[in-house]
Design a protein around this ligand. Structure first.
Ligand code: SF4
Length: 774
């Protein structure tokens, strides 16, 4: 929904669907009516209906009508001019009798608004209005019809507009106030930090010229403020509707909120209302949910019961507050007895700046992306720590079939699912029979298994529609997995065959089928295309060509590097080239690494981080250090740490603290943590960060070779060195910091590797064994 203006009066455009969702929803939130068909199934279903109607049938009929300041528009699914019948088509599964009444009412509202617009546009006196429910499994239509005259339809249309118009006028006023506020927005500090002005200018220019931009900007430059400020500033001039700040980590969300507070975005407007710019923080459902033991429908959860009846007041209170970080949103939600998570989903329609995980824009079912399309928003997107988007993209576009999970689901499955699960199991066993060995990369996708999974998904959906009971957890997990596999199999079918790997790994009696995305580029590219401009920034976005290739950015996408505010004098870089951390040399490396660490610690006691390629390696060095130097305090990252355990690990890094924290490179402490000043004075990096040498990574390498002619660097070296530089980047966090880094491995001596280290570092000085004997 976007405001527009003509000479006389500002007008507010709203899509038919959005209008009806606003005005015609009542009752409970009820997610039992899922699963919906996938987008592809929906499109296919619509095509079948159209094909059945004959040549005279018009489909996707664009309709538009005005009422006061409102412009209502949309595309009706179909119109039969011979029968004078307007059709609203809904693809679905199962018995429509089980559909909640409020859902049916919403569908009718949409059909009637389209019908009213059709009467206006074609000057018709009456119409047959039809709701066509198309069952994608049975390929059967259930058609509900009602014949209505023009006046009845017009009255219905006006009633919907009347219910919406106050809100639309409020939104128009808000848009004007927002534009004024952002036009006047000034940088909140007297000066920019070194490099920050150049950063801000390049972001502003990119958004103003509608270009994507890759920015390698070091820590300490003030990236969050330096990107948010120009992105906000560019909004009025570019007539942008929304700004999304996306990040892979909670810390990134917190920093963005802090930067917005610094920019005055949480302050009340001069009118005394809420802030002129509305901000929303989106968090995952499991963190936002108030009743994790309940299900999301009115019979189970009190915050879902009557949700839509209380939503209008909650929504109004939320826009009045305007600053909707996690705590603010929860406060509004609970005071109106609605679910905070689903209120957040609703507020994503109405907030100007949204902060959330990257999956809200890039995932297969990304909510913000879907909203932008629905409302035809012009959006700029800031992607924080953008180097993570390669791995996150692969994960978002990948899936796994885990034998154990499906076996558990099958054991206790209700009778209604037995057939589907037995069929699935047979296909799985047949696949395993045909493919022997611990690791098999399949030459073609296992279509029969995918079909069986799709049938299982349908069977669960049907069962839930007919008997809306909660699913036992093993079954629920298998169902989610199956849905993801079906979705990814469809996506993979649309990609270059080299962009996906289908492999089976056997471990003992169990086996896993993985659908691995190798290169997320084409799938991410579509999301870049949908935005006005995407700004990707990170301290580690090199080499540019590698990231362009992996992320799907055009070759012409500018890549800029911002000068570091730090100087070589702040950081001693040592290179322990006499040590090899290769797998075969690990035993011999333990004592020299421990000696080197002890020597550095004794020379300058304080807090250090030490990074290793695996928990096993970490534990062995830790034991050796404890033996050789019991005076050096140490603590270690453990496998699968809870949040309190992570906090306890970081809490050891106090200003007066001393000791070495052992961590795994590329893990939770390898990036995104901020330990300024004396809280961290040095790091030991005992690995090149190369992915483990195994059949999967070798397959990835082979594909990278085929696609980019550079298998080793693309599969191993570049991702590895990104991890190294990220980890080392924990040491110097401000121009006042002083620290030391030890790069431990002979391969760090190679020119090619050193070229991947930050340019502001001094050339590493060599630490010979004689130097390190403590
Ligand atoms: S509070 Fe939890 S269970 Fe209730 S509707 Fe929200 S997410 Fe669902």
């Amino acid at each position: 929904m976007t405001p527009s203006s003509d000479v006389e009066t500002p007008r507010y455009r709203v899509a038919v669907r959005a209008l009806c969702e606003f005005t015609a929803r009542t009752g409970d939130l009820d997610l039992r009516f899922t699963p919906a068909p996938t987008a592809q199934q929906g499109i296919a279903g619509h095509q079948v209906v159209v094909a059945r109607r004959g040549e005279h049938y018009e489909h996707e009929v664009t309709l538009e009508g005005r009422y006061g300041a409102l412009i209502v528009r949309g595309r009706a699914d179909g119109y039969d001019p011979v029968r004078q019948r307007l059709e609203e088509v809904k693809t679905r599964r199962g018995d429509i009798e089980a559909m909640p009444a409020n859902q049916r009412a919403l569908h009718w509202a949409q059909a009637k608004v389209y019908a009213a617009l059709m009467c206006r546009q074609r000057d018709l006196e009456r119409l047959e209005v039809a709701l066509v429910y198309f069952d994608i499994e049975q390929q059967r239509e259930t058609v509900l019809t009602e014949t209505m005259d023009r006046h009845t339809l017009e009255a219905f249309f006006i009633a919907q507009c009347e219910r919406f118009i106050d809100w639309a006028e409020q939104e128009l006023a808000h848009e004007a106030a927002r534009a004024q506020r952002l036009t006047q927005l000034a940088f909140p500090h007297a000066d920019f930090r070194p490099g920050q002005r150049a950063l801000a200018e390049s972001v502003y220019k990119a958004i103003s010229t509608r270009r994507d931009l890759m920015l390698q900007a070091p820590t300490g430059i003030g990236k969050t403020l330096g990107t948010l400020f120009p992105a906000l500033k560019a909004m009025p001039g570019q007539q942008l509707d929304r700004l999304f700040f996306l990040t892979a980590r909670t810390t990134g969300r917190r920093l963005a909120l802090e930067a917005l507070i610094t920019l005055g975005m949480a302050d009340a407007a001069e009118t005394g209302d809420g802030p002129a710019v509305r901000t929303l923080e989106l968090i995952a459902r499991d963190r936002a949910c108030e009743h994790p033991e309940l299900a999301c429908h009115g019979d189970s959860c009190p915050l879902a019961n009557g949700f839509y009846d209380r939503l209008p007041e909650a929504r109004q209170a939320a826009v009045a507050r305007g600053w909707l970080d996690h705590a603010g949103l929860r406060d509004v939600a609970l005071s109106h007895r609605v679910c905070p998570y689903y209120l957040g989903q609703e507020m994503a329609h109405w907030c100007d700046v949204v902060i959330g995980d990257v999956n809200y824009w890039f995932d297969t079912s990304a909510m913000l992306y879907a909203l932008a399309r629905q409302h035809q928003w012009r959006v700029s997107v800031l992607v924080d720590e953008a180097h993570n988007l390669v791995e996150r993209g692969r994960a978002m576009y990948g899936a796994e079939f885990d034998q154990g999970r499906f076996a558990a689901a099958r054991r206790d499955a209700p009778a209604a699912l037995k057939r589907a699960l037995d069929r699935l199991w047979r296909q799985w066993k047949a696949l395993l029979r045909d493919h022997d060995g611990d690791y098999i990369c399949l030459e073609t996708p296992p279509r029969k298994l995918f079909n069986a999974l799709s049938q299982f998904v349908t069977a669960v959906g049907d069962m839930m529609v007919e008997t809306p009971i909660g699913l036992e957890s093993a079954l629920l997990e298998a169902w989610f997995d199956a849905m993801q596999i079906v979705r990814i199999a469809e996506l993979a079918g649309e990609c270059d065959p080299d962009h996906y790997l289908f492999d089976i790994e056997r471990r003992g009696k169990s086996a896993t089928l993985s659908l691995r995305n190798v290169v997320p580029a084409p799938l991410l590219a579509a999301r870049f295309e949908a935005a006005h401009a995407v700004i990707l920034f990170s301290a580690t976005l090199s080499p540019a060509g590698y990231y362009r290739d992996q992320l799907g950015l055009e070759a012409s996408t500018p890549w800029l590097e911002m000068a570091s505010p730090f100087t070589a004098g702040q950081l001693e870089v040592h290179l322990a080239g006499h040590i090899s951390t290769r797998y075969r040399d690990r035993g011999a490396s333990l004592a020299p690494i421990a000696e080197l660490m002890a020597r550095q610690f004794r020379r300058r006691p304080g807090n250090y981080l030490a990074f290793f390629s695996s928990f096993d390696y970490l534990e062995r060095v830790s034991e050796t250090l404890a033996e050789h130097a019991p005076d050096v305090p140490q603590w270690a990252q453990a496998r699968r740490m809870s949040e309190p355990e992570r906090d306890a690990f970081l809490a050891r890094f106090t200003l007066a603290g001393q000791g070495i924290g052992f961590a795994v490179l590329g893990g939770i402490f390898g990036e995104g943590i901020d330990l300024p000043g004396e809280r961290l004075i040095g790091a030991f990096v005992a690995t090149l960060g190369l992915a483990q040498f195994n059949p999967v990574n070798e397959q990835m390498k082979a594909r990278m070779e085929t696609l980019f002619g550079d298998g080793y660097r693309y599969a191993y070296l570049y991702p590895g060195m990104t991890r190294v530089v990220q980890a080392a980047g924990r040491v110097i966090r401000s121009p006042e910091d002083r620290g030391v880094i030890y790069l431990i491995d002979d391969r760090f001596q190679r020119g090619e590797i050193q070229a991947l280290l930050p340019g502001w570092w001094a050339p590493p000085s060599s630490d010979r064994p004689t130097d390190v004997a403590g």
